[in-house]
Write a protein that binds this ligand. Structure first.
Ligand code: SF4
Length: 696
């Protein structure tokens, strides 16, 4: 077991005594504006407090309406939102936790409907609008709004406030020469650009006796943005203005360097916080706690950062946000040495949803954000449940049913569980998908689920299914065949075959334009380097100078019949994925019709209507999936109550978020005293599966 001693050392922020060195970072959940009396919001935070989270920071609460991030944000002058927050603080305290209210102003990142305000009228490609430059009176009024927010936080029972000044929000916008073009008290030189953030910190400090954390950007990752020297001066000024801790963020939402995506090596930003700690120490503020964050998803990584094994100076705390969506028990599990459901940095159910004002959840933990509605109750009627298929949907269904107390058996056709995640874990940046498999396998073991490997179900198994009270079919997908001549040639691989070691070398042509094709293109074209992943990332993104020695075994071409690659990939990830493919030199031909595969390559008609050969040593077919139809038919034939979930129900786009959620929901149906199993008709309406395929 890893040494987590540095994590579990108590610490202090201001007058707060914290039980350990992990702070749960702010996450906008999309339920802040829900008018339910705070039920959902309080349940979310209280569950994490019970899981040992210690100090948690809420999602951003807008200090005034113009600074709201969108319709799903709460605004502090809304009395009903304030009452919801009061309930949050109360329930967190009852659960033994501590909570900070994040005081937020989006500035030019607010949506157009808010009539956004900012230091200067500089267009934002994040919000896709141009804000109006604030008047001097509006700037001063906004400082006061932060102070009012701090006073309200104290009145509502919070333990701390966090001033949100990173990721490119308003305080960052004042700090940066890119977005602050003023020449008055609030801009014109480095000192005046710092002033807004400092005044806000001072006003917040004076308005309450709570612990005051200020989050700011240690690096904005913006070309022409705030220089490190100015960041250091800003840190000193924040310390002098009364901050009790500095939380160091990295990267604006508009930055061209990815900061939180899976392709960003874990821990790569920790040196930024260590640097801030060093400059504070040198200036006599060494006692001021510094919080490191961004792209740390395991307690083991946090322990390394806190122990200073990655740097000569040590941050005092580590902020982790998304990992608490994936596993609300993160801290307690670490303390007890239990497996943790690791955050994959996929962003699919969290950041990408928050960007479209949808409610946030988590791919690997569909309960996230829905705690109040999905509380687990042990069943009073223990049933025998068969789960067919050990991919994401089946694993989730089996775990959920076993947690409720049912007797569960899982049938998996191959020699290991994991399904499509066994392929995904090979993709650069996605090794943690293997941790998800390990977590669920350990959970099934702990919960006594009997797992039958290498046990495909065939036509003779309807009788076997009749031995169960309910069947959850999660038998997954098959690669969709491509109906052109030449697919039987020896150098043509299906996409699962292409993930095998050494399968992709030479001139590799991938037919398809969805997420799997993009994953394979990354895998084939990434090449190997003697540098560490973090060092390679820093050099590739020119964060430090130096060559990237590289050997690339494959030259990759993607042939896609549609106009754009990987369109189902979320907004926070797709741009970074395309940039990565571009860096790797991947050739992408869109609007292409593949006519035939030959020994020499792929004969296509290109977007201009010309027939041509795309030479290839290896051709991979990744044109989508077909839902398995056989096991659903078997379940129907058995007459046993059943649900078909995940790819077996709908193969469109290989949606793992949906697969986990459907597995969970199907198992949760069995909580009902009589979900229909014991009624006259054993098969409920609505179980019909759809045989689909994805043209991705
Ligand atoms: Fe992490 Fe993905 Fe879950 Fe977000 S959806 S918390 S990135 S695993």
């Amino acid at each position: 077991m890893a040494d987590l001693g540095a994590v579990f050392a108590p610490g202090r922020i201001g007058r707060l005594r914290l039980p350990h060195r992990i702070v749960m970072g702010a996450m906008h959940l999309g339920i802040e504006a829900r008018d339910d009396g705070g039920t959902a919001l309080a349940a979310f935070y209280a569950e994490r407090a019970r899981g040992g989270a210690g100090l948690m920071v809420t999602g951003g609460a807008a200090v005034e309406a113009a600074g709201s991030g969108g319709p799903a944000y709460g605004v502090l002058d809304d009395a009903r939102f304030a009452e919801r927050l009061r309930r949050v603080a109360g329930e967190v305290h009852q659960a033994g936790g501590l909570i900070a209210l994040q005081l937020f102003h989006a500035g030019r990142y607010a949506p157009a409907g808010n009539s956004p305000l900012a230091p200067s009228a500089v267009y934002s490609r994040f919000s896709r609008c141009t804000p109006r430059a604030m008047t001097d009176a509006e700037v001063r009024g906004t400082v006061e709004a932060f102070a009012r927010g701090a006073a309200l936080a104290a009145e509502l029972g919070f333990d701390a406030v966090e001033v949100m000044g990173s990721e490119g929000y308003l305080i960052d916008q004042f700090l940066s020469p890119l977005t602050n073009l003023r020449d008055d008290d609030w801009g014109g030189d480095s000192a005046r650009r710092c002033r807004f953030g400092v005044e806000v910190t001072r006003a917040v400090r004076e308005a309450c006796e709570l612990a005051v954390i200020v989050r700011f950007s240690g690096r904005d990752l913006m070309a022409g943005g705030t220089e490190p020297a100015q960041v250091h001066s800003f840190a000193w000024a924040l310390a002098a203005a009364g901050a009790d801790a500095l939380n160091v963020g990295v990267g604006w939402h508009e930055a061209a360097v990815p900061s939180v995506q899976a392709m960003v090596p874990a821990g790569v930003w920790a040196p930024v916080a260590a640097e801030i700690k060093a400059v504070l120490t040198a200036a006599g503020f060494g006692a001021l706690p510094v919080i490191a964050g961004n792209r740390l998803n395991r307690l083991e990584q946090a322990a390394e950062v806190l122990a200073g094994t990655r740097s000569s100076t040590r941050p005092d705390f580590v902020s982790m946000a998304r990992p608490f969506l994936a596993d609300p028990q993160l801290v307690e599990a670490g303390r007890r040495g239990r497996p943790v459901n690791v955050c994959l940095a996929c962003n699919q159910a969290c950041i990408d949803r928050s960007l479209v004002d949808a409610e946030v959840s988590c791919m690997v933990n569909p309960r996230a954000g829905r705690e109040a509605a999905t509380a687990l109750v042990r069943t009073s009627t223990v049933r025998r449940i068969a789960v067919v298929g050990g991919g994401p949907a089946g694993l989730q269904a089996a775990r959920r049913a076993a947690l409720a107390g049912h007797r569960v058996e899982l049938y998996e056709a191959s020699d290991a569980v994991g399904g499509q995640f066994r392929l995904a874990r090979r993709v650069p940046g996605k090794a943690d998908y293997g941790a998800t498999i390990d977590y669920f396998a350990a959970e099934l073991d702990r919960l006594g689920v009997q797992v039958h490997l290498e046990r495909p179900l065939g036509p003779a198994d309807a009788g076997l299914l009749r031995d169960y009270d309910a069947v959850i079919v999660a038998s997954g997908v098959l690669p969709r065949p491509l109906e052109i001549p030449g697919t039987e040639l020896p150098h043509v691989l299906s996409y699962p075959e292409a993930f095998a070691d050494g399968a992709l070398a030479g001139r590799v042509v991938i037919i398809g334009g969805g997420g799997v094709a993009a994953d394979l293109a990354q895998l084939a074209g990434r090449g190997t380097s003697p540098l560490t992943e973090a060092e390679r990332f820093r050099r590739e993104h020119r964060l430090i100078a130096g060559p990237v020695p590289l050997s690339r075994p494959a030259e990759v071409t993607v042939l896609h019949r549609g106009p754009r690659l990987s369109t189902r990939t979320g907004r926070s990830v797709r741009w970074a994925l395309l940039a990565e493919l571009h860096r790797q030199g991947t050739r992408v031909l869109t609007g292409v019709r593949c006519r035939e595969i030959t020994d020499a390559g792929v004969q296509v008609t290109d977007a201009d209507g010309r027939d041509r050969l795309v030479p290839a040593d290896t051709v991979v077919i990744a044109v989508g999936q077909l839902a398995d139809a056989d096991v659903p038919a078997l379940a129907r034939q058995s007459g046993v109550w059943h649900r078909v979930v995940g790819g077996a129900r709908d193969a469109t786009g290989l949606d793992a978020v949906r697969a986990f959620a459907e597995g969970f929901a199907a198992a949760a149906e069995l909580d009902a005293p009589d979900p229909g199993i014991d009624a006259g008709s054993r098969v409920l309406a609505g179980t019909g599966q759809r045989e689909g395929w994805a043209d991705d």
